[in-house]
Design a protein around this ligand. Structure first.
Ligand SMILES: Cc1cc2nc3c(=O)[nH]c(=O)nc-3n(C[C@H](O)[C@H](O)[C@H](O)COP(=O)(O)O)c2cc1C
Length: 319
C-alpha cells in the first residue's frame, strides 16, 4: 500500500510519521533509526552545547542513514541564541528544520530563501495560521494529550486538528497522543497528512540516552500517570507524575513563582531522571499515550506494527 500524502512528498519520506524533537534524547541513533524505518527522524539542536556539537551529530546521523532527516529547535527553552546552530543545519543541508517554543518569525526569516523544509510545531489554531503566513511548509499541531510543552487552551487533539485543517492550506501533521496504527488512521481521518510522535519514540531501543528507569516507567505506567506542571508560569507541560512533580505542583499551588520553581524545572532536574534514572530527584516529560506503550521494540519493529495495523484498518474500511 502507498502512504503518500503532501507530508511524505514534502519531506521525501515513505510513511507520514515524524519523530518529534525530544530535548536531551533525540540524537543521531534515534533520528537515523526513524529515517531508516521510513519516517522523518530529527536531531534536537538546542540540547547540544555548541554548533560544532550539532555539526558532529548531523554528520553522525548522515553516516547512519542516507534518508532525509531534520533538526529541531526549541527556541524558548534555554534562552540561548540559536542562529549559529541554524547556520550549521543549513550548511549541512539537512532536509528539514522545525521550530517551537517561541516566536517563529525570526527563525523562518533566517531560513526563508533556502531549500530546507520549514516545519513549525504549534499548539493552537491562531499559531498555525500565523506559521502559514510566515512561510511554514507544514505545521505540526500538538493537542493536550501530548508529552512535554502544550498549549494554554487545553484543547484535545481530536478537536484541534480538524480546526487547524479547516484554517490553513499547508499540510497539517497531528501530534499528541499517537502511538499506533489506529492513531495514524484517526489523524488521517481528521484531515491531517501525517503524525508526529514524541513519547512513543522514547520507548524504543535506539533512544539510547533514555535511562532504563524512564523506559520502564513508560511501559508500566498508564494514561492516568501523567500530570501537567508549569501551568502557573504560563508554560504548561506534561510529565510523568512522581514525587518531584508533586513538589512542583505544591509550589505552584502556593503561588511560588518562577524563582522558587526554577531548580525543580531545570534541565538538570530533567536529565537526572531521564539520563541517570534518579526517579526521586527529577522529572521526565511524557504524554498520555504512555497508556498505549507496552514494550521497547526497535524503531523498525515499531514502524512495522504501526503500518500493518493501519493497513488492516484501511482494508477493512474498503470492504
Ligand atoms: C521528553 C520530551 C521532550 C520533548 N522535547 C521537545 C523539543 O525539544 N522540541 C520540540 O519541538 N518538541 C519537544 N517535545 C514535544 C514532542 O516533539 C511532541 O510534540 C510531543 O511529544 C507529542 O506528543 P506525544 O508525546 O503524545 O507523542 C518533547 C516531548 C517529550 C515527551
Amino acid at each position: 500500500m502507498r502512504w503518500n500524502t503532501r507530508v511524505t512528498d514534502l519531506l521525501g519520506i515513505k510513511y507520514p510519521i515524524v519523530q518529534g524533537g525530544l530535548a536531551y534524547l533525540a540524537y543521531a541513533d534515534l533520528a537515523a533509526a526513524v529515517s531508516n524505518a521510513g519516517g522523518l527522524g530529527q536531531v534536537t539542536a538546542m540540547s547540544l552545547n555548541t554548533p560544532e556539537e550539532l555539526r558532529d551529530e548531523i554528520r553522525k546521523t548522515k553516516s547512519l542513514t542516507d534518508q532525509p532527516f531534520g533538526v529541531n529547535f526549541a527556541i524558548g527553552n534555554h534562552g540561548r541564541p540559536y542562529e549559529h546552530f541554524l547556520e550549521v543545519a543549513l550548511k549541512e543541508e539537512v532536509a528539514a528544520v522545525s521550530v517551537t517554543g517561541g516566536n517563529p518569525a525570526p527563525f523562518l526569516d533566517f531560513v526563508k530563501d533556502t531549500p530546507v523544509k520549514k516545519l513549525v510545531l504549534v499548539a493552537a489554531r491562531r499559531q498555525a495560521i500565523k506559521a502559514e503566513q510566515l512561510g511554514a511548509d507544514a505545521v505540526m499541531v500538538v493537542g493536550q494529550e501530548g508529552g512535554g510543552h502544550l498549549g494554554r487552551d487545553d484543547i484535545g487533539t481530536s478537536v484541534l486538528i480538524p480546526q487547524v485543517v479547516d484554517s490553513v492550506q499547508i499540510p497539517v501533521i497531528a501530534s499528541g497522543g499517537f502511538g499506533d496504527g489506529r492513531g495514524l488512521m484517526s489523524a488521517l481521518a481528521l484531515g491531517a497528512e501525517g503524525i508526529e510522535m514524541g513519547t512513543r519514540f522514547i520507548a524504543v531501543k535506539e533512544c539510547v540516552d533514555a535511562s532504563e528507569l524512564y523506559k520502564d516507567a513508560l511501559v508500566s505506567g498508564n494514561e492516568n500517570d501523567t500530570v501537567v506542571i508549569k501551568r502557573s508560569i504560563g508554560a504548561p507541560a506534561r510529565a510523568i507524575a512522581n514525587s518531584w512533580t508533586d513538589k512542583i505542583l505544591k509550589i505552584e499551588k502556593e503561588n511560588g513563582g518562577y524563582e522558587q520553581l526554577k531548580d525543580y524545572i531545570s534541565g538538570e532536574a530533567n536529565t537526572r531522571y531521564i539520563h541517570n534514572g534518579l526517579e526521586t530527584e527529577g522529572f521526565a516529560w511524557a504524554g498520555q499515550v504512555m497508556g498505549l506503550i507496552h514494550d521497547i521494540p526497535t524503531t523498525e519493529e515499531l514502524f512495522g506494527r504501526i503500518i500493518s495495523q493501519a493497513e488492516a484498518i484501511r482494508k477493512k474500511w474498503a470492504e
